[in-house]
Design a protein around this ligand. Sequence first.
Ligand SMILES: Cc1ncc(C[n+]2csc(CCOP(=O)(O)OP(=O)(O)O)c2C)c(N)n1
Ligand SMILES: [Mg+2]
Length: 620
Amino acid sequence: MATDGQAEFLGPAGDMMMPKSAPAAGETRDDSDKTAMMPGAELLLKTLEDEGVEVVFGYPGGAVLPIYDALFKNNKIKHILVRHEQAAVHAAEGYARSTGKTGVVLVTSGPGATNAVTGLTDALMDSVPVVCLTGQVPTHLIGNDAFQEADTTGITRACTKHNYLVKDVETLQTTVIEAFHVAASGRPGPVLIDLPKDVLMANVAYRMELDKAAAQARYMPQTDPDPAAISAAVDIMMRAERPVIYGGGGLINSGPRASELLTELVHMTGWPTTLTLMGLGALSADDSHFLGMLGMHGTYEANLAMHGCDTMLNLGARFDDRVTGLLTGFSPNSTKIHCDIDPSSVNKNVQVDLAVIGDATRIIEALLAELKTRKFKPHKPSLDKWWGQIEGWRKRDCLKFNQTGKIIKPQYAIKRLCEMTAGQDVYITTEVGQHQMWAAQYFDFHLPNRWMTSGGLGTMGYGLPAALGVQVAHAGATVIDIAGEASFMMNMQELSTLAQYNLPVKMFIINNEWMGMVRQWQELIHGGRYSESYSASLPDFVKLADTFNMKGLVARQADDLDQVITEMLETPGPVIADIRVAKEENCFPMIPSGAAHNDMLLGPDDQAQKPVSEEGMVLV
Ligand SMILES: Cc1ncc(C[n+]2csc(CCOP(=O)(O)OP(=O)(O)O)c2C)c(N)n1
Ligand SMILES: [Mg+2]
């Protein structure tokens, strides 16, 4: 959607939405035209209530004080006071990704808004529905370099799906309604509303019977697929001999029904299926058709199946560079069907043979119906032969590792965490680095919305605040941030938020004392020159926990691990578990950037034999 930063909202039906006669200032209620007078800040909260908002993650400041004042008097919306605005956005993302609802952020002007930029970019890259309310200096001071003024709509133009500057309080209600609609429909994303202080303080009529549909009418993305495209997709599917389903975050964003339908499709077709980092949980990890994650640190079998397939059914994935590797070598002999809600994703990175635009749930529904009508039967001899080849790749057991001796292997720590929480409904967030990839590889997800990681932007510091947001949404659930020690330090001020609200997040720190992923790349492509990648002067995490009255635990050797995990899970409040792991373990399998899917490094021996190409070095 185009953003003009000055979006005074006057939808096509704008006139219709205006009150027939605005009541005089000070008047509180006028039953004849179903309006009530109130300051903009109160109208804002009422409109949030209308949108079903229950919680807001925020941090106050001068420009948003009218909203905080209104919050003080409001008993419907809960405010969670974070310790940094970046964390407010990540918390809203965690809330949104684990519930399917839109996360809401409230920050002040200037530094409040600029601190939110990383979170907004993260939400944009991972298609997370977030509405961010920013304070702004009063309209008459805009452009004056006023105290705490920043050109927020200008700054966030590139990192929001859409943004608004509300210059007239009369447009506030419809703007908020439209913002929620834009954030959650089509390809979801962050939407920002910049709110000058005078607008928040001006009196305005709240319209009880406002035509919501009219307020949403400007943005109507296509959700139902074109029947002709479905028919063409099924034509291709009927001919498939070496098929693969490649599912992504679009399946999760579409809602849990998409995952159920995907499972039905997979079982009906018998097709091997791989999921992206963003799609994990859309098909249960223990489904025999699941090949594991694909991409740079994906499994051998998933990547080789992608490389060797003759038919690729992409459901809600975007051919990200961490997935495709070398574009010219990407799945060279396949007919590609790309199903996506966002038409701008089609042919962006990879040229496809057929695009199906729409919501994943509706697309899979339509595919299933058409396949049934045409009495689809997989081409058994070829499919069996294809599975035979895949089983051969599977036998390489590319995720195997040896836990011998006392030193805890990071893979083992995550595998034990997974095993010891099996059968429980667990929500996992991560930070960014090796631990993130090991979590994706060794933790099994059986349901959507249980896995929250920063995929697109790769934001260190994401996991702790995201876990905070997940825990707010799911009070009784087990929420674990699988963290790296360096990433953890990026937003650890949020320990204070956990303490304040007694949010029982478990922080499982895979502590290798290194920015492990950076160290790995330095080892592989920079001759082992470990420039500035050691995490010196780490805190004692047990003492750190203690200062916040939390439980702190440490596992120094393999024998400690189970006891520490048990204690972490059984402790009612927040816990920091410092898991001291092997310091120089590398993350495999790995497709070095610049290589094709059939050119993987499976372990340290391959690493020595196949140096990364210069082209690959640029792509890291
Ligand atoms: C905000 C930010 N800055 C820098 C990076 C680059 N980066 C990617 S992984 C990584 C190291 C992460 O270290 P740690 O959290 O300890 O995780 P590990 O790789 O050791 O598991 C860095 C610096 C990033 N992803 N995000
Ligand atoms: Mg580390």
